[in-house]
Design a protein around this ligand. Sequence first.
Ligand code: BGC
Length: 737
Amino acid sequence: MLKKIFFSFLISIICMNMLAKGNLPVYLDDTQPIENRISDALSRMTLDEKVAMLHAQSKFSSAGVPRLGIPENWMTDGPHGIRTEVFWDEWDQADWTNDSCTAFPALTCLSATWNPKIAEVYGQAIGEEARYRNKNVLLGPGVNIYRTPLNGRNFEYMGEDPYLASRMVVPYVQGVQSNGVAACVKHYALNNQEFERNRVNVTVDDRALYEIYLPAFKAAVTEGKAWAIMGAYNRYKGQWACQNEYLLKNILRGEWGFDGVVISDWGGVNNTEQAVYNGLDMEFGTWTNGMTESRSDAYGMYYFANPLLEKIKKGEISETEIDKKVRNILRLVFRTTMNRNRPFGSFATPEHSKIARQIAEEGIVLLKNKNNILPIDKNSVKKILVVGENAIKMMTVGGGSSQLKAKYEISPLEGLKSVFGADKIVFARGYAGEKVKPQDNVKVADTYDHRPADELKNEALEKAKTADVVIFIGGLNKNPNQDCEGNDRQTLALPYNQDALISALAKVNKNLAVVILSGNAVAMPWVNEASAIVEAWYSGAEAGNALANVLSGAVNPSGKLPFTFAVKLNDYGSHTLGDYPGDSNFEETYREGIFVGYRWFEKQNIKPLFPFGHGLSYTAFEYGKASASAKIIAENENITITIPIKNTGNRAGKEVVQLYIGDEKSSVPRPVKELKHFQKIDLQASEEKNVRFTITADDLKFFDDTKHEWTVENGKFKAFIGASSADIKSVLDFILE
Ligand code: BGC
């Protein structure tokens, strides 16, 4: 009887459901294929409603269709945390009290982990924060290639190597989008400097475009299935990137089959027709001049607002062009806000703090460790002197659009005090940079020191004499002309006379560990004077705890450099060839072509300060003899390379095993070697593991710009396996027949 009642109840529920569904318009029925829902919604929209969707209605939002219940689109920076709420029409933060986010490490730090799994966790967590704050597009990640160490935005990107950036961006995008939030990969493409970013016209050959500058974008789109992409500010082939036929129409939509939305950078559109025909979908930030000026009557004046509407009404532009764009935007809406199954997200949680800390710990790179002065044993050490402004400076504020209103930020000094005990830590500032520049009214503690430079320096030197260890914490910061959007650095050198202070400290105390916080390589004239050197990036809310855990040995460092540190600026191809930052007409040719980063250093035989892929550990790894499954292969065959790696030290650690390929003879110039695979492995003390890589013909290809296709030539190749691009442990020859 009970069974009977239960079944008739079930059947009536199903019938009611069917009835209800039957009444639903197709666009609201999520059992229908998305493309049908899009067509249905589009057929119900007026021209005005369509055009309203194509451009901003506030600094970070665009209109939905209120009459049909289709929600607005809300964007947020990105890429290291969820940007604070700003006023409708201003950059200034709106003083909400519930929008202080988790600050995750900068993308350079993420990239330095060489751990795609942690990139997915990062994406998932930041996606949860975006979702909770009801944003459906996260403006990130950024994957512009590191071409010059002067680029003020390198800290927001994933380094100099297209393969590394590709492997790291795909899981980040997937993680974000698992929340029903679109990742908007930026800045597509060739935005490799901030200086004159709105005017510079880049000339680059197709080989470099396809081999160096596009792969990470392509991977994000074709493998990560990114739902959005942001056009860049700069020009290419004389057209702005946001309205660029070659980049958007031919490559992105044509070759890669992108079905998401193309969003302009804020203020990146300059012409209605070109933007309409060349593939832009949504216009943001026009009349706001990047991060500075703004005008409140802007929205109706957008290229994709009244001017577009008029042209359609006059018959100069056909409505079908607009329909294509609205289709893309509706696809975004059905994937995000109108996806009833998406999760609800979470915000500023202890779990996210833990993730931020783990990423920071895994990204920190130990560059040098003479006489194993690190880690510092917290039981035996009595007095640690901490010197340097970056030990106390907030790094989540400033830097441009990626700045955050963080729930909290643990400074290095706070982290060191909590790990080693406040009684063992003495602080001396040593130098003072300029006053902290608050951005967009986000509050920042003013730690400015008015004392004369000599007084600050002498205080540090005096205290250094009696310390067991000196930890110098300096580097760059988020002020303009350092690691900051909108302008570039002016030199490779550290600012504020830090070099002289470091050298002086090294003379007084030989146990000197230098910690650099930066998103860029810096010159280190004192490299032989400091006993230990650590690159600790900008690593978010948990920066201080992560650094202290690495310095104390609670965490064994395992980060590797995602870009080359040069001795001097002219060691980089972009500078030697004299092209950066472009001529007086804002024309800039990337004359070094495919030879970017380590590809240039190896071709020119220039010894870097620290090579791409370099990073030490507190334990030691022994690379055994590598072996290959074959010596001769055909184009459709693979080779498996196996190499045993043993942890020969007495503590657990992680190693990034890297595989590079070199082509011995080719009809075109090729790099000495290029990264094609890597694996991060975890080894207990004395543990040994075999690492396996499968090489396919794709790993041997170059982009043939005469045929416009990836191609492979028969002949001899070399597989280099090592701990960095310069620390090669095994070389195996093989032949492609
Ligand atoms: C930046 C973008 C950012 C946008 C919105 C622009 O100035 O280039 O990266 O997402 O502003 O803040």
